[in-house]
Write a protein that binds this ligand. Sequence first.
Ligand SMILES: Cc1cc2nc3c(=O)[nH]c(=O)nc-3n(C[C@H](O)[C@H](O)[C@H](O)COP(=O)(O)OP(=O)(O)OC[C@H]3O[C@@H](n4cnc5c(N)ncnc54)[C@H](O)[C@@H]3O)c2cc1C
Ligand code: SF4
Length: 513
Amino acid sequence: MGTTVWIQASQLSRDNSALAPFLRHATRGEGARVLMIESEERSRLYRYHKRKLVLLFSAMRHLAVELRKRGLEVDYYALEPEAHRPSFRDALRAHLERHRPSGLVMMELLDRTHQRDAEALAAAAGIPLRVTPTTMMLTDPGIFAREHRSTKRLRMEQHYRGIRKRLGVLMDGDRPVEERWNTDPDNRRRLPKGISIPAPQAFPPDAITRDVIVIVDRLFADHPGTTAGWSLPVTHRDAIAWVDDFVEHRLPQFGAYQDAMLDGEPLLFHSLVSPLLNIGLLSPLHLVKRIEHAFEQGSVPLNSAEGFIRQVIGWREYMYGVYRLRMPQLARENALRAHRPLPRFFWTTETRMRCLAGCLRQAQATGYLHHIQRLMVVCNFATLAGLEPRGVLEWFMTLFLDAYEWVMIPNVMGMGLYADGGGITTKPYVSGGAYINRMSDYCSSCAYRVRERTGPAACPFNHLYWNFLLAHRRRLRSNPRMGVAFRALEKKSRAEIRAITQSAGEFLEALDQ
Ligand SMILES: Cc1cc2nc3c(=O)[nH]c(=O)nc-3n(C[C@H](O)[C@H](O)[C@H](O)COP(=O)(O)OP(=O)(O)OC[C@H]3O[C@@H](n4cnc5c(N)ncnc54)[C@H](O)[C@@H]3O)c2cc1C
Ligand code: SF4
């Protein structure tokens, strides 16, 4: 009898609110029981990147070891290649029969679909389920909804400032430090030639991770990616060390170069903390306080500290609020009526566009692209080429280590593809090749020429960009943030417009074949 705490793979937080009271009892020798399930069925919802599966299973197994050491009994259903591999339903039933708990308690999952599934499973098994509030976000979605319910167009900036004031982060009384809420204008620099890029600290696999790698390689051989060269943290302690390494070696230059891209250098000065944050190996508050502390000690400049904190308590929290407010319709939006199927080269990575090929290969190999690669290469292309949003979403959900419905849907449908018609961002994030050329070194080794606008050798981003503006003139012309682009379009001669539509038409036709 007694209560069972059910912990799923995306809620391994040390301050899991369902677990916390039982941990306190455990220190007094009154252990409680924890249920953890590696479900094969759930692991095949998408053809998830092998590295994501290794991260999840290894982090779960490490947490189980830690909880047992702290006096809790853990009923753990592990994936065994040779044995029957239970689904959530089977494992839950087996647990209930074996231990006969009087009830289940779990922390609310961030993904609504999975939360509803868990509730349905408990109801079908006839066991009462108590759900405790999530501690993995800093803003109560109910408060976000109350503040924004009547707002048609949501904006991140106000939300971000509100959280900074509430948490007192980078504040000087009720004013922002150095009188700056926003350091974005300092943060768009190109990488200087020869800049040295520090390698992140490596966490080689221990015995638990090695076991998991064998299982993932056996059971999920058909999933993309490779498990070779594993070096990510899988415990809370190592995740904190990973952040310390980032703060010391990469954060000082994160701000200035956060939009830059370099072929063959996936991380540059980024943190790669999202896969850890999104499963609870890191707490957003710990992370933000750590960055603020480094700024106060004088070891990082304000543009890096503010630039990073804005991502975590600004964009991340905002996207969760938007997801809770706008689902389920957000996942089905297609305001630009984009219907082109995802080209096969998204999976094979065979395209002559160097920037896209570089990003697609990197995503396949590592399960990671930094923000500008996702936004200004992959999604920029997808928007300009009119790719159907659900296909793009599926590609992201499959490949990315940090992909969860609550964060991927608003990022892809809203920020990436403008499929929600501007509910989340002020304008579509689209550009021609010049932006990619300014912020990266891709163009120097591309088969296309970035300075040519039309014709078979022209950079496809160029003609597709003007073609996109022509196609969506009616919807976007009145957007004040698109004024400069439309004025430039209107200055083009008829012959230029004809050449643009012809080049774009030929390119898109080839794409469809
Ligand atoms: C099309 C698209 C899809 C995305 N999908 C995801 C996703 O599935 N999961 C995910 O965590 N992030 C997603 N992002 C946001 C962002 O690109 C990643 O969080 C970031 O690239 C992760 O790498 P990092 O940890 O090195 O980030 P850094 O550049 O070091 O930034 C620090 C942290 O800020 C947070 N952050 C920054 N921007 C966002 C944002 N727009 N939304 C949410 N959090 C943000 C992340 O937690 C990130 O780890 C997406 C962005 C785009 C444009
Ligand atoms: S020329 Fe165009 S397609 Fe080629 S790398 Fe540059 S932006 Fe990409």
